[in-house]
Design a protein around this ligand. Structure first.
Ligand code: UDP
Length: 412
């Protein structure tokens, strides 16, 4: 049996202040319509990356709403995760190798995981390409039961066709599919009923909840970051699409005009991301020992509280992705009233309203220019941070997402 992930309890009522009474009543009503339904989530990691972040909150809120919900994590292997990372890159448009051996490695793990999945759930929500093949594996074994939903967290608007054609065969038999934006739905996908539901952040989690000034100060001091000087931070897995190298280049272009600037790059090593180590080393070499660039990972105990402190205390947050499904880090920073400069791609466009809550940028030069502008105009930057928080409050908090998901399940 695949391992279940334990989640800390949460109570929907505690979200009234952050999300508003209407959101609480809305999600209660949607849950009441599904009373008695049992939901199972399956993904590929309980740690690192946005999906795990989302599930911790959703699973426990559903439980509080009286909907029995569980979360199981697939058992991969180094080979499997190497293949699924390749698939992830291919699905985001990179021309990657896609061989019969890779296909077999993927299918073999899906068959194994399919048979180890808990039974008796009315709805199974399988996340991302890693879990997409489980349903066809169950069908082959004659064991398909219940309603199946594929939730895709990545941008499939431009895919490398050999990879997408393979996954399309596995996605087609699902009853429903959830995408973050309408433009991410690949043309010609028929079969599942499509819903558009952007992800959300948990305003009460350790990552996003209120933190006292002194805690923030202690955290920054522990890592040697000087709070009295400007701090620009990016929180991301070490992944080419997150462009940490571009971030360092933008910092270098901005530095002559803001000489006391510090750059903090925080990146956790997700269990299902084998490229992370390689990319961390590369970023380290591009850093060239600059004492004003801080490269921090979970290995130095940078966890949720520390990320919270850095997002809160930073003068600006960057998310300079070149492709992005959503980018929870954007809403996380805006929720803390920190202005965000984000790559003008995918789900970042939903969150950063250009020139209102930050800037959308398409190059290293543009990123550097906007950094200097905002660092030299702290008042304007603070106003943008406030506007960003309101935008997140209205659109990207957990209860909104949960209500949309329950409504979708009901319609299925
Ligand atoms: N994250 C973290 N520590 C890190 C790097 C990332 O806690 O060192 C979190 C980050 O705060 C966010 C999630 O991991 O909650 C990343 O989600 P996002 O949607 O931004 O990107 P993904 O990794 O899913 O592509």
């Amino acid at each position: 049996m695949l391992p279940f992930v334990p989640v800390p309890p949460r109570r929907v009522d505690e979200y009234r202040e952050a999300c508003g009474n209407e959101a609480v009543e809305g999600v209660r009503e949607a849950a009441a319509a599904l009373a008695g339904t049992r939901i199972l989530h399956v993904n590929s990691t309980a740690f690192g990356g946005g999906v795990a972040e989302l599930l911790f909150t959703q699973v426990s809120l559903l439980e509080d709403l009286g909907i029995e919900t569980a979360w199981q994590v697939m058992q991969g292997s180094d080979d499997f995760f190497a293949v699924t990372k390749m698939a992830h890159n291919g699905l985001q448009g990179a021309e990657v190798p896609w061989t019969d051996t890779m296909v077999e490695t993927y299918l073999e793990r899906c068959r194994f995981n399919a048979l180890e999945l808990a039974e008796g759930y009315d709805v199974v929500i399988a996340h991302d390409p890693q879990a997409a093949g489980i349903l066809t594996a169950l069908e082959e074994a004659g064991k398909r039961k219940g309603t199946w939903v594929w939730r895709c967290h990545i941008d499939l608007s431009v895919t490398f066709l050999p990879v997408w054609e393979f996954f399309a065969r596995h996605v087609t038999p699902f009853d429903g599919a959830i995408f973050t934006m309408a433009e991410f739905v690949p043309p010609g996908l028929t079969g599942p009923t499509i819903s558009i539901i952007p992800p959300s952040i948990d305003p009460l989690s350790l990552k996003n909840g209120w933190l006292g000034h002194s805690t923030g100060y202690e955290v920054l001091t522990r890592y040697g970051v000087d709070r009295s000087r400007p701090i620009v931070t990016q929180v991301s897995r070490f992944d080419p699409w997150k462009d940490p190298i571009g971030v360092i280049e933008a910092y270098r272009l901005a530095k002559p005009q803001v000489p006391d600037l510090q750059l903090v790059l925080i990146g956790s090593m997700a269990h299902d991301d084998p490229e992370g180590w390689h990319y961390l080393e590369l970023t380290e070499s591009v850093r060239e020992g600059d004492p004003d660039i801080f490269l921090l990972t979970n290995l130095q105990e940078v966890g949720h509280l520390e990320v919270n402190a850095f997002q809160r205390a930073s003068t600006l947050v960057l998310q300079k992705s070149t492709r992005e499904g959503f980018g929870l880090t954007v809403s996380e920073a805006l929720w803390k009233e920190t202005t965000v400069i984000g790559g003008n791609v995918g789900g970042i466009r939903l969150q950063v309203q250009d020139a209102v809550s930050g800037y959308l940028v398409s190059s290293v030069e543009e990123c550097a220019e906007r950094m200097v502008l905002l660092l030299q105009e702290p008042h304007a930057s603070a106003q943008m941070g406030k506007a960003g928080k309101e935008h997140v409050r209205r659109n990207f908090l957990a209860l909104r997402e949960l209500e949309q998901q329950l409504t979708m399940l009901l319609s299925l």
